[in-house]
Ligand binder design. Structure first.
Ligand SMILES: *Cc1c(COP(=O)(O)O)cnc(C)c1O
Length: 236
């Protein structure tokens, strides 16, 4: 455990220093960037150790989120991966933020259940900026069209706070830039619609490209590998 904490401390410091560097380039404050530690591949011992240093975690699978959140209830837990219809209820019970709302149907279901369960959550609309068929998410044009309607129809318990995207797997971090700037432009267009709520959050950037994402306006970055590298079975 002690060794694990030491490694995590170094990794976290490394990530924080890259965040500061990117913020300097973009003339932004590091306080405006929320680091979501993605724990989907992490052993539980590592998550526990990281919890002594950091309090915001992201899980990709709703079931693992439901299993882990009760073990660290004081942390802030986010769902970042695909949400199946039969997992919405459990996710509302375990997540503060859901990054992956990728359809009107899903948004409506969350909205209805938030009302029934008297639960609230912050949600982000996942957008498929790159247009790859393999990626889920709203198509930007479609979202612009339906935004006034879905903004008005959503239960107040579901706070639509912003947008999320995933960049295509490119050769370099730089190749993700058009996707990230595309998400920021879409945010501006949606906010120009003069509809409430205003979208303030942009969830974009993973280990390989978060510095570029910060330069392009990310407010939430989702980091897994860079936080957990150097740990293996033998370290626990
Ligand atoms: C796994 C995952 C991440 C983190 O990726 P790393 O390369 O480990 O930093 C971020 N976002 C989503 C949606 C993921 O599934």
């Amino acid at each position: 455990m002690a060794n694990t904490v030491e490694i995590l401390k170094q990794n976290l410091a490394g990530v924080q220093s890259c965040i500061r560097r990117a913020c300097k380039v973009a003339r932004r404050s590091p306080d405006d960037i929320q680091l979501v530690a993605v724990t989907k591949y992490a052993q539980w011992e590592w998550v526990e150790a990281l919890a002594t240093l950091h309090t915001v975690f992201g899980e990709s699978r709703p079931q693992q989120l439901a299993d882990r959140q009760p073990l660290l209830p004081d942390a802030e837990w986010h769902l970042i991966g695909q949400l199946q219809r039969n997992k919405t209820r459990s996710t509302l019970q375990h997540a503060d933020t859901i990054h992956s709302v990728d359809s009107v149907k899903l948004l409506k279901r969350l909205s209805q259940q938030a009302d029934e369960l008297n639960h609230s959550a912050r949600v982000l609309l996942q957008v498929n900026i790159s247009g790859e068929e393999s990626k889920s998410g709203f198509c930007p044009r479609e979202l612009l069209e339906i935004w006034p309607e879905i903004a008005a129809d959503t239960d107040p318990g579901i706070r639509i706070a912003g947008l999320m995207t995933m960049a295509p797997l490119g050769e370099s971090a730089e190749s993700a830039r058009p996707t990230f700037s595309g998400l920021r432009q879409l945010q501006q267009q949606l906010n120009d619609c003069n509809v409430r709520p205003k979208l303030t959050e942009l969830s974009m950037g993973m280990s390989r490209d978060y510095e570029v994402a910060i330069e392009e306006g990310a407010t939430l970055i989702r980091i897994g590998r860079s936080l957990f590298h150097g740990l293996s079975e033998t370290d626990t």
